[in-house]
Every structure is written in C-alpha cells, then in structure tokens.
Design a protein around this ligand. Structure first.
Ligand code: MG
Length: 167
C-alpha cells in the first residue's frame, strides 16, 4: 500500500437530477435555449443537465449538492440562470487548485429531439467549464416510453466528471 500522499490526486464525481415538464416555461439544457412547447419546472431556470453537472463537480470534492449551495427557499436564486450558479461554484475557494479533466453526461428525455441541438449544448458546456469541446460528452436517450420520462412527465440527466489537483 502506498501512503495517502502518494495517491495521484484525481477525484471522480457523479450527478443526477430530474425536473418536471410543464407548459409555459422555457426549456434550457446545458445553458442552451431549446425551442419547444413546454419547459422544465424549477426554482432556478431548471436546467436539469447543468444541475447534474454541478452535482458531479461538488460530489467529486465531497462538497455537498446544489440544494445545499443554492437552497430553493432562497429568493436570491429564483429564476437564476444555472450557468451563473455553475460559475459561482467554479469561482469558489473550494474549487481553486482543481482542474476538470473531462465531463460525460446523459440526458434522459422522450421529447424533444436532442440531436439537432447536441453540438450546441456540447459547446455551451465546454465554454461554461473552460474546457476543449473534445473533453465534453453529451449523450441523450429516450426511456422507450417507460416511466416518468417515457410519459413525458419529466426529464432527467446524469453526469460524471473527473477532477485533477493542480496546486
Ligand atoms: Mg435541479
């Protein structure tokens, strides 16, 4: 066994989130506004994909979750852009000395079709994280009409991120 200070300091984190689909809201995924007749319900802009990404980053460093960082009881975060919440996490003292190595995400949505927006979402995530696009993966799947996603009651997202200590 090597001593703890000899362990390469990489950290992996996973995130998961679900939001309800409702009429009369915009659909924002990975910071990109997607044209659709419905959107996601939430205290912030309900960007389910960015929420999963934030939870993955926080999880990698054992920093809790976004509900802890940005409580939905706090009016300051009502309607907040999730891109702004992500930037607040990335600028926080706890994230200094850490670099994101890569990000892999999966969006679970029955509709709308994600393929036409896939590259824009990927570029948006990469820009938010200050990463080259080839280190950011965005995948999407339906749930074959099964469960809450399949019935178009909600959308879900998963994210896995790897961090490396730089200082
Ligand atoms: Mg959420």
């Amino acid at each position: 066994m090597c001593s703890p200070d000899q362990i390469p300091d990489f950290r992996i984190g996973s995130g998961f989130d679900v939001h309800r689909i409702v009429p009369g809201r915009e659909l924002i995924l990975g910071g990109v506004r997607i044209p659709w007749d419905r959107g996601l319900l939430g205290h912030s802009d309900a960007d389910v994909l960015l929420h999963a990404v934030m939870d993955a980053i926080l999880g990698a460093l054992s920093l809790g979750d976004i509900g802890h960082w940005f409580p939905d009881t706090d009016p300051a975060f009502k309607g907040a852009a999730s891109t702004a919440l992500l930037h607040a996490i990335l600028r926080s003292p706890q994230l200094q000395g850490w670099q994101i190595v890569n990000l892999d995400t999966t969006l679970l949505a029955e509709k709308p079709k994600i393929a036409p927006h896939h590259e824009e979402i990927r570029r948006s995530l990469a820009a938010c994280l200050g990463l080259p696009v080839d280190r950011v993966s965005v995948k999407a799947t339906t749930m074959e009409k099964l469960g809450l996603v399949g019935r178009e009651e909600g959308m879900a997202a998963q994210a896995v991120v790897l961090l490396r200590r730089t200082g």
